[in-house]
Design a protein around this ligand. Structure first.
Ligand SMILES: *[C@@H]1O[C@H](CO)[C@@H](O)[C@H](O)[C@H]1NC(C)=O
Ligand SMILES: *[C@@H]1O[C@H](CO)[C@@H](O)[C@H](O)[C@H]1NC(C)=O
Ligand SMILES: *[C@@H]1O[C@H](CO)[C@@H](O)[C@H](O)[C@H]1NC(C)=O
Ligand SMILES: *[C@@H]1O[C@H](CO)[C@@H](O)[C@H](O)[C@H]1NC(C)=O
Length: 374
C-alpha cells in the first residue's frame, strides 16, 4: 500500500515544481488565485509526506537481505513472523537515536519461563558489559502483557537503524570490543549473571495489578476453604499463615526429562517430604498447588487438609499461575523454568527436586536459601 504510493509522491513533487514555475509566469495574467493556492497546498502536502517517510528509496527493486534491525528481528530472532506486532514507523528524529556502540539481544524460543530467561539474560549481560539491551518484539509483547516495569526496550526503538552483522558475536566469551554486539541463542539462561542482582530482577518482573489482585484472591480462597491449624494462644513465635507455593510440572515434560536427562518424574513422595519439612519449620502452613496437570495433584497431594489445588481440572492461564507462585512466601517445585521463576519471584526458602545436570541445580547453587531434595 505504502510502497505503491511512494513513486506517486515523487512524480507529484516533480509536477509541483513544474506547476510552480508555470504559475510564476502566469501570475501577471488572470491566473486564478484559488488555483494557485490549491497547487501550493498540494505541494506542501507532498513535501510533508516525503519528509515524514524518508526511508523508502524510490528504487524498491533491490532486495538486500538484512539491512536494518527490523529485518534482523524478522529473519533471525523471532520464530514466528512479527507481522502481528505493530510495525510502527520510526520518524526521522527518533532514527537519530541509533545505538552508538554494540547491543545485546537474543533469539526467541520456548514458552513463558524460557522467554523470561531470555529477557533476563539480555537485561543482565547489558548490565555486565555496558552494551545497550534490546529484546525482539516477539518476546516483549508477551511479557508486557504480564509485567509492569520492563526496562529493556524492544526493536521499535532501533528498527530502522542500519545493522552491521559482521560485528555480531554469539556469546560474552567471544565479545572483545564495546563496538561489537552480542546475539544470544534461544533458551539462554545465564543465571550466574542474572542472579547477581536478584532483587532487581524480581523488581523487573513486577506483575501487573490485575494479576496481583487475582493471585491474592486465590490465596484468600485457599485460606478460607482449607483446614489450617488455629494459632495457639500460648505460641511465642509468629502465628501468621505461611503460604508455600508448589509447582508440579508434568504432561510433556515427563517425556523431555526422560529423553534429555534419563530421569524419572518427581514422585508424590518428593512433594510430601518437602511439605513435611515446611510443616516442621512453621506453625501454620498452607500449600497452594499450581500445575499443568491439576488432576494429578488433586489425586496425589490433596490428602492433607492444608493443601489447595488451584484450578482442579483445567489449568489456569500461565501468567496467573506464575503470579500465584510469586505471591507465596516459600516454594517447592520439581523442575522446569516456570517453577524456577515462581520460586525466584517468591523469594523465600525453596526446596527443589535433585537433578544435578538440570538448570534448577545451576540456579539452586547460586541462591543460599535453595535446597535440593531427592
Ligand atoms: C576476541 O577474543 C577471542 C578470545 O580472547 C579471540 O579468540 C578472538 O580472536 C578475538 N576477536 C577479535 C576480533 O579480536
Ligand atoms: C570497532 O572495533 C574494531 C576492532 O577493534 C576497530 O578496528 C574499529 O576502529 C572500531 N570502530 C569504532 C567506530 O570504534
Ligand atoms: C506471605 O505471603 C502473604 C501473601 O502474599 C503476604 O500477605 C505476607 O505478607 C507474606 N508474609 C511474609 C512474612 O512475607
Ligand atoms: C543429588 O544427586 C546427586 C547425584 O545423584 C547426589 O550425589 C547428591 O548427594 C544428591 N543430593 C541430595 C541433597 O540428595
Amino acid at each position: 500500500m505504502i510502497f505503491s504510493g511512494i513513486p506517486k509522491v515523487y512524480t507529484m513533487r516533480r509536477q509541483c515544481l513544474l506547476l510552480l514555475l508555470h504559475s510564476t509566469t502566469l501570475r501577471r495574467s488572470r491566473f486564478s488565485s484559488i488555483a494557485l493556492t490549491t497547487i501550493l497546498a498540494l505541494c506542501v502536502i507532498s513535501f510533508v509526506h516525503v519528509f515524514l517517510f524518508p526511508l523508502y528509496d524510490v528504487d524498491q527493486s533491490k532486495k538486500s537481505p538484512t539491512k536494518n534491525f527490523y529485518d534482523f528481528e524478522q529473519s533471525q530472532l523471532c520464530l514466528n513472523s512479527v507481522n502481528n506486532v505493530k510495525h510502527r514507523r520510526t520518524s526521522s528524529w527518533k532514527r537519530l537515536r541509533c545505538p552508538r556502540y554494540g547491543i545485546v539481544t537474543i533469539m526467541q524460543g520456548g514458552r513463558l519461563g524460557n522467554q523470561m530467561w531470555e529477557y533476563a539474560s539480555v537485561w543482565a549481560l547489558a548490565r555486565r558489559t555496558g552494551l545497550e539491551p534490546y529484546v525482539p518484539r516477539c518476546i516483549h509483547v508477551k511479557l508486557e502483557q504480564i509485567f509492569e516495569q520492563l526496562s529493556v526496550p524492544n526493536y521499535e526503538e532501533i528498527g530502522d537503524c542500519p545493522i552491521d552483522l559482521a560485528r555480531f558475536v554469539r556469546s560474552v566469551d567471544a565479545w572483545n570490543y564495546t563496538n561489537q554486539s552480542i546475539v544470544l541463542p534461544r533458551y539462554s539462561t545465564h543465571p550466574d549473571v542474572v542472579l547477581t542482582w536478584v532483587q532487581d530482577i524480581i523488581q523487573e518482573f513486577t506483575f501487573k495489578r490485575r494479576f496481583q489482585v487475582k493471585s491474592q484472591n486465590v490465596l484468600r480462597l485457599a485460606a478460607a476453604t482449607s483446614y489450617t491449624k488455629k494459632p495457639k494462644a500460648s505460641s511465642s513465635g509468629t502465628t501468621d499463615l505461611v503460604y508455600v507455593g508448589i509447582h508440579v510440572r508434568r504432561t510433556d515434560y515427563i517425556g523431555y526429562l526422560w529423553r534429555k536427562h534419563a530421569a524419572r518424574p518427581a514422585s508424590p513422595a518428593f512433594f510430601h517430604t518437602a511439605m513435611d519439612i515446611f510443616e516442621g519449620r512453621y506453625e501454620r502452613v498452607l500449600f497452594v498447588v499450581v500445575s499443568d496437570d491439576p488432576a494429578w495433584c488433586h489425586d496425589n497431594l490433596n490428602m492433607r487438609p492444608n493443601v489447595f489445588v488451584s484450578s482442579r481440572t483445567i489449568p489456569n492461564a500461565p501468567a496467573l499461575d506464575l503470579a500465584i507462585l510469586a505471591s507465596c512466601n516459600h516454594s517447592i517445585f520439581d523442575y522446569g523454568t516456570f517453577g524456577i521463576w515462581g520460586a525466584i519471584l517468591a523469594g523465600g526458602d525453596t526446596i527443589y527436586f535433585n537433578l544435578t545436570k538440570h538448570s534448577s541445580a545451576r540456579v539452586g547453587r547460586l541462591l543460599s536459601n535453595w535446597t535440593p531434595l531427592n
